[in-house]
Each structure stands twice: as C-alpha cells, then as structure tokens.
Design a protein around this ligand. Structure first.
Ligand code: ATP
Ligand code: FE
Ligand code: MG
Length: 336
C-alpha cells in the first residue's frame, strides 16, 4: 500500500511517499525559513500562500523520484492539526481534492503523532512500549507510547516549550530565526561554568517542565554584561546546558516511573547534538537505550505524516468522505 503524506502545519511544506512493508520511497521538503526570517518569526498569511505554491510541484517531484503514477497511490495522509489554520487548510484541501479525483481514502494526522512516531522510521527502530520525549517549537511533553494511538501524557511544560526557550534566548543574544540551531552553534565556542542559569522545576517531583523563567534570566545576563563574541558564546553555552539538564533529568525520571528502558526523542530540539550526547550517556549508563529520528526527520517533514498515515490506514482507518476540517488546536490525547 502506497501512502502520500502532506505536512503543512507551519513553515515547512513536506511531501513524502511511504510504502507499507517497503519503507520510504521518496520525500521532499521546502522550508520557508528564509522568507520569514526578516520578520523574526512565522507570518501566518505568508506561510499559507507559500504552501499553495509549493504543494503541487513538490508532489509531482516525489512522484517522479519514486517513479510512480498517481493511479498507483492507495491513500493520502495530511496534517489535520495542530498548527496555523490557514497553512493546515492548504494541505487538507490538496489532500482531499487529489484523493477525490483518484477515488482513494484520506486520513487526517495529528502533527505530534507524526513527530512521536518518526523515530520508528530509523534503523534500529524502538519497539513499543517506549517513553517519548517530544521537544519541538510548540511542545515539550513526556509520553508513554504503547502502540499507535495509545499515548499517555506523563508530563509537559506549564509555559514555554523547549524550542521556544532556545528561540527566545537566541533572539536576546541577537541571533536569527530559528534560534535553536544558531544558539547551539554559538555554544560550541562557549566556555562551561561561567554563568549559572536556573533549572525551573528540576526537583518538582513530577514530570512537568517550565522554561519561561529561563528567558528572563538570560535577559538579565544580557543586560548585565558587555556582549562581546566570547560572552555571547558563554551565555549560549549556559542556556543550552540549563535546558538540556532539565530535559535529561525528567526523561530519566520518566523511565524510572514507567519502568521502561527505551527513550525516543522527537521534535526539532531532538536535532541538538549536545542533548543527544547527554541523553545517550545518562540513559545508556543506566542500561537504557535512546532512539532518535534521522536529523532530517526531527523538524517538520512529510515522511512522518506519510508513515503515521500508513500505520493508521493499515488498521482500517481513513475515509472517502472528502468533507474535511482542520484543528489548529488539538490535544494529542483526544486523538488517541
Ligand atoms: P510543533 O511541532 O510543536 O508544532 P514546530 O513544528 O515548529 O512545533 P519543530 O519543527 O519540530 O517544531 O522544531 C522546531 C524547533 O526546534 C525550533 O524551536 C528550533 O529552534 C528547534 N531546533 C531545531 N534544531 C535545533 C538544535 N540543533 N538545537 C536546539 N533547538 C533546535
Ligand atoms: Fe513540528
Ligand atoms: Mg518548523
């Protein structure tokens, strides 16, 4: 069964083809980062317009790359939410119109389920059950995953997401958008131990996070210091270290609490090399195992949507009722 996947929830148009039993056939991505960077963040209307222009050419491209004709498609999966309403509508309408024309089913996928299952696309892949640390631009959650659609929220951020903490701190340090990768890069020339930043809720006794105080602390450092290149790098180092410290501590606690040994890291912040190193060390030392999506599948992409769609379709889900709606706000647990 061949599933076309369409992701358009934010600033990336991601298209992919997944064949059940065979794997990923082709995938393509267009990122709008350059377009939004002059505004310092995503401009929703510009995002929607760009998805309109990119979706069809990218679909043609993956079909050609996989050497397929449209008649060979069995189903279309698209991101139904959460995300920007206008941007989601583009992917949903392309998916449903194309599927209507081809007389094949569609399935709406929860964007976070895509992120959550994306490590299963890698080799070696984890096996259910596992704990997932979902760290993206909009979310920071620990989930127990027992199977497709069987998710239990163990803890989450009470304010900013980890990616947001990276992005906002980066902005304070005068770095461009998106700040995460830029801050991580700057931190490589930073020196450890020069600045101490708070680790909110580290010992809260639960699996929740809080990151909004961190940006205030970074702001204070930025105001108190002469910001030469080395100081900026030192502050970047301290910021990254504080975020990673909390993530690693809570991820480990989640494994202890559930008694599980596999940790899966998903979402854009999962691309962070220092986080990967720290988690592998901490959890490896305790006999656990950490799985990451391939770097290109950490941030938004079509592959994770095609894959999640294929898994759900193989369980008999999907519909040929082409009336669709999108869900800009959508709880993952509601979906399970
Ligand atoms: P959501 O999935 O919650 O709707 P999103 O789709 O915007 O949000 P992703 O695309 O998964 O999130 O990830 C983007 C986030 O990842 C941004 O906040 C970005 O700064 C962060 N990020 C990407 N690479 C790195 C890195 N190497 N280090 C730290 N953060 C990173
Ligand atoms: Fe995302
Ligand atoms: Mg993105």
């Amino acid at each position: 069964m061949i599933t076309l996947g369409i992701e358009s929830s934010c600033d990336e148009t991601g298209i992919a083809l997944y064949q059940t039993g065979r794997g990923l056939l082709a995938h393509a991505l267009h990122t709008q980062i350059a377009m939004h960077s002059e505004y310092g963040g995503v401009v929703p209307e510009l995002a929607s317009r760009d998805h309109v222009q990119r979706a069809i050419p990218l679909i043609r491209q993956v079909m050609q790359d996989a050497n397929l004709t449209f008649e060979q498609l069995d189903a279309i999966a698209y991101t139904q939410g959460p995300g920007l309403g206008g941007a989601l509508l583009v992917g949903a309408s392309v998916a449903n119109s194309l599927a209507f024309a081809l007389d094949i089913p569609t399935i709406g996928i929860h964007h976070l389920e895509g992120h959550l299952l994306s490590p299963l696309l890698s080799d070696p892949a984890p096996e259910f059950p596992f704990v997932a640390l979902l760290v993206s631009g909009g979310h920071t959650q620990l989930m127990r995953v027992d199977g497709v659609g069987r998710y239990e929220l163990l803890g989450e951020t009470v304010d900013d997401a980890a990616g947001e903490a990276f992005d906002k701190s980066a902005k304070l340090l005068g770095l461009g958008y998106p700040g995460g990768p830029a801050l991580a890069k700057l931190a490589t020339s930073g020196r450890p131990g020069l600045y101490k930043l708070p680790r909110p809720m580290l010992h809260s006794g639960n699996l929740d996070f809080s990151f909004s105080g961190l940006k205030t602390a970074v702001l204070t450092l930025v105001r108190q210091n002469e910001l030469d290149e080395q100081t900026r790098a030192d502050i970047a180092y301290a910021t990254q270290e504080a975020i990673i410290d909390v993530l690693a501590h809570k991820a480990r606690a989640a494994l202890v609490k559930t008694g599980l040994s596999q940790l899966v890291v998903a979402g854009g912040v999962g691309a962070n090399q220092m986080l990967r190193q720290r988690l592998s060390e901490d959890i490896g030392r305790r006999g656990g195992c950490v799985f990451y999506p391939d770097l290109e599948f950490c941030t938004d992409n079509g592959a994770m949507i095609a894959f999640a769609g294929a898994l759900r379709l193989s369980e008999g889900q999907g519909t040929k009722d082409y009336r669709f709606n999108v869900k800009p706000r959508w709880n993952l647990e509601e979906f399970a």
